[in-house]
Write a new protein. Structure first.
Length: 79
C-alpha cells in the first residue's frame, strides 16, 4: 500500500488520543471507541483513521491485539 505524507499527520493526530488519555507504554485503548474518537475530534474520515492506524503500526508506535490498540515503547517516545 502506498503511504502518503498525510498518513504520518493522521497517525500523529491518532497518537494524541493516547497522550490525552494519559497512557504509558504497554497500555491500550479499545479499538472501536478509538476509531470513533478519531472522527469526533475531526481528525479525519474512516479511511483516514485506517491510514493513521496502518502508519502507526508500521512505524512500531501501536500494536493491535484482541480488539485493543496497545501503545508501544516507541509510540510512547513519539508522544
Amino acid at each position: 500500500m502506498t503511504t502518503l505524507p498525510a498518513d504520518e499527520d493522521y497517525a500523529r493526530a491518532l497518537m494524541t488520543l493516547f497522550a490525552d488519555a494519559g497512557l504509558r507504554a504497554g497500555q491500550s485503548l479499545a479499538a472501536d471507541p478509538l476509531g470513533r474518537m478519531f472522527g469526533e475530534h475531526n481528525f479525519g474520515a474512516t479511511s483516514d483513521y485506517r491510514a493513521a492506524l496502518d502508519y502507526a503500526v508500521a512505524s512500531g508506535w501501536l500494536a493491535p491485539a484482541l480488539g485493543r490498540i496497545r501503545l508501544t515503547a516507541a509510540g510512547f517516545a513519539e508522544l
